[in-house]
Design a protein around this ligand. Sequence first.
Ligand code: PMT
Length: 406
Amino acid sequence: MLSGKKILVGVTGSIAAYKSAYLVRELIKLGAEVKVVMTHSACDFISPLTLSTLSKNPVAIDFVKDEEKGIWENHVDLGLWADLFIIAPVSANSLSKLVSGNADNFLIATYLSAKCPVWIAPAMDLDMFKHFSTSDNLKTIAANGVSVIEPTSGELASGLEGKGRMEEPEVIAQLIHEFFMEDSVLKGKNVLITGGPTYEAIDPVRFIGNHSSGKTGILLADECAARGAKVTLVTGPTNFKVKDPNIEVIQIKAATEMMDVVEKIWSQMDIGIFSAAVADYRPKNQAEEKIKKSSDEMTIELVKNPDILLWAGNNKKNQYLVGFALETENETENGFKKLAKKNLDLLVLNSLKDKGAGFGGETNKVSFLSTDNKIKSFELKDKSHVAADIVDEIENNLIDNSTDKL
Ligand code: PMT
């Protein structure tokens, strides 16, 4: 995910300008904050309104924002704002201006002010792309540190076939994602994630369970893997699947099975994120055959399950441990108690009182409770964004405490 990343998208005059709308949408989907800067010529191909709607930000085109009031748009601020500036598409004309530093429009002036990495995705007809002027310009701009995303081959707007098609927006967004994930502190770290419900068998047919869908555990696993971590996911029954084939998925049913796995591997882990909804009790005896309907009432004797997170907290060495708390009352107070009792570094609190939060569903609303008694609360979000927020918080805390942990 790209949450917290500021991406400036530059659009120049090319038939491929329509692809910039998809690029902005992909970047927003990945959680980035996006602003767009366009040349006048680009506005002939795609409306600034489309791009401002998709990016949720005004689009910058001119040095003067409001002709009447004479308010100056600040290309320096915009250039410094961005964590990455991607100009897609870049036309042959704009490429030449970027190389020569011909700042006769707002986009080029912004480029000259940018201190962040700059990427360009050229789009032009095949003969324009092959021309020595273009190839010389591309060599010069690459030699000066700008990353060039090569165009692909195929049918061009002219009707000719050849190299010159702007790379697909999904591919560019993925490349940007990988670029930011490369220097993640999670790279190469061993991360253990617990997820899903546990099923505590009563007999071969029935069990005591809960409403966890396992989605949160799956998304956390994918998020950590995308940042280069070696992930082991121990999950209760779930219909969801991880995207990354490198994630080791260990499927369990009962809490005692989850405990066995965690006991074996916890010492090899750098980070633990315990999102599983573990049943606190299990039937004392499990009938070998299906229990028959014999009387009007039935009592099942329960015994306590091991508290897996508590065990991990008690056996924590130089490891970073995150627990969850699902509460229905006195949420914050109970959350802080769990943070201390289970020796956690971070607690993710969700409450069933918040609409759209907790079990099942696509969304959650969480707060982070930390050992310095601070609370960070988030609005209701898609669970994939919640997972990204959690992993961002872990990364930031590891960077801040780089000497004590790991
Ligand atoms: O799977 P989803 O449908 O996406 O739902 C996500 C979720 C609601 C399950 C998730 O957001 C969540 O809140 N998980 C923790 C649920 C829970 O069991 O909370 P708790 O307050 O009972 O437990 C506190 C912590 O101790 C949790 O980290 C839990 O994993 C851990 N625990 C609890 C009991 C136990 N015996 N062993 C444990 O490890």
